[in-house]
Design a protein around this ligand. Structure first.
Ligand code: FES
Ligand code: FES
Length: 158
């Protein structure tokens, strides 16, 4: 069946089965390889994208459930204020190690910051607990979110 999806501000029409995971639409049909496959079972967060600004696991989000929702992927998150600040903090602090989990980490972090510009440690833990990093970059991820929050608020501290 044909679906017209709103992805990163553009309409894209794809012809796929109703239960095709959004992850495979992005990667296999549209060639957008920034969103990663990790577990395929909503357990690792590598496949995180935004649907109407909310972080969702694209490996378990079927294409027929997306409707007219606005999808944002790692390819475009840098165009949002929160995404831009997160990506700059990730560069400044050299957050990634192997990098495989990091597009999902950035998508979850950007959603957190957009919703909560001054997250506490608990807020960060809650928002990021579903994103697994086998390289153990968790300390730098937390610092990156704090740096992005401090830089984006126009205030110091945090
Ligand atoms: S691949 Fe989707 S949560 Fe792991
Ligand atoms: S940076 Fe390697 S899995 Fe997270």
């Amino acid at each position: 069946m044909a679906y017209t999806l709103k992805i990163n501000g553009r309409s894209q029409t794809v012809d796929v089965d109703d239960d095709t995971p959004l992850l495979w639409v992005l990667r296999d049909v549209l060639g957008m390889m920034g969103t990663k496959f990790g577990c395929g079972m909503a357990l690792c967060g590598a496949c995180t994208v935004h649907l109407d600004g909310q972080p969702v696991r694209s490996c378990i989000t079927t294409v027929d459930s997306v409707g007219t929702g606005e999808i944002t992927t790692i390819e475009a998150i840098g165009r949002t204020p929160a995404g831009q600040r997160i990506q700059q903090a990730w560069i400044d602090l050299e957050v990634p190690q192997c990098g495989y989990c990091q597009s999902g980490q950035i998508m979850s972090a950007a959603a957190l910051l957009a919703a909560n510009p001054r997250p506490t440690d608990t807020d960060i833990d809650d928002a990021m607990s579903g994103n697994i990093c086998r390289c153990g970059t968790y300390v730098r991820i937390r610092e990156g979110i704090k740096r992005a929050a401090a830089g984006g608020s126009g205030r110091t501290g945090g």
